[in-house]
Write a new protein. Sequence first.
Length: 402
Amino acid sequence: MSRTEIEWKERPKFPPTHFVDTGIYTDEQIFREEQEKIFNKCWIIACHESELPNAYDYRTFSHPGGEPIFVIRGEDMKVRSFYNICPHRGNTLLYDPVGNAKRITCIFHAWSFNPKGDCIDITRGKEGYQERFGCKDAGLREVKSAIGYGGFVWVNVDDDSCTLEEYIGDAMGMLDENLSMPLEVIHYHKAIVNTNYKLWHDTNSEFYHDYVHYFNRITGMIQPGYFDRKYTGYPNGHASVGSMAIKYDAYEGSKERGVGWPGLAPGGWILIDIFPGMTYNLRTSVLRMDTAIPLGPNKLLIEFRGLGLKSDTPEQRAERIRDHNQIWGPFGRNLHEDLLAVHGQGLAMRERTDSKWVIHGREENSTIHDEIGMRHFYAEWSKRMGRMASDPYVKKEDSAAA
Ligand code: FES
Ligand SMILES: [Fe+2]
């Protein structure tokens, strides 16, 4: 039965853990608070170590908390991260997404810095500052970084944060064996979508949406065992699901894969969601990593990295790239369907003028179509924000400490 205006605004008849207010996807103030309480407190993947193979290689990164960052490998081969901001008058230091810089010189007044973040030259320093200020007073702002869990470079802008290992806990256990060898980025692309970052992470936290994927509908969902796959939640909002054999090849007639993945059964699948917006997705012969970087409440940059083994032969690499792009490349079978769905959500929610709700109410014994993955995410979100996702305009400051 269709709904009247009053009925439309009625709260869903579920417990408050089983739906959210769409304000959490559109509200500018809530987004600013997320930057402060979530993105500036959590460990975030900036890039992969293979994107910085040599000394002085750097990569710039738009941190979801708002600060521009660059990651650089020093002469000592250690990877460090800094705000991409000159301490003199706040100019941007590095403009290119990638490069190699032994010395970073600001274009504005030509102050220079080394890859350890030390200031090594202030032009006409003595003349202007005499003994009052010098290189020792003008270093770059370093950001905590750590490499781990498949060779990704993680950053945390909170100097007082827990360690990366404490943050991840046991959540990456399912992939321990599969990520124990050096990896390399074999494909990179990004999408900018007018939607909220959580809506993207939601698509990675529930598989009821396999209905949007034509091939999953006609292949994966009819495989025995599909409905037995369980979601497991971990502290800090992380979750995992897997492993199952998706038979994409059933469509083309089955052909044996030449390249597998160490420790993964043929056709196996392991997916791990890391709070607040990163997803490991290992399938058959490729690891896909999504990094959701919000640019605003309704603007999202998603970085997609495909990874293979560093030890690949050229033939293995070519096959891995083909496997990746067929399914997860920008013109592959799968990704555009997810993007279309979150684009549609963003389109509808951006125009929101009255109360609406998003339902996370499926319960199927924590199996693949259960929405427990999303509920687990929003429980963490609510805790960190001090606001229930279902009642975001009622602040519960004390629940932040819970
Ligand atoms: S702003 Fe960088 S040297 Fe002046
Ligand atoms: Fe999907």
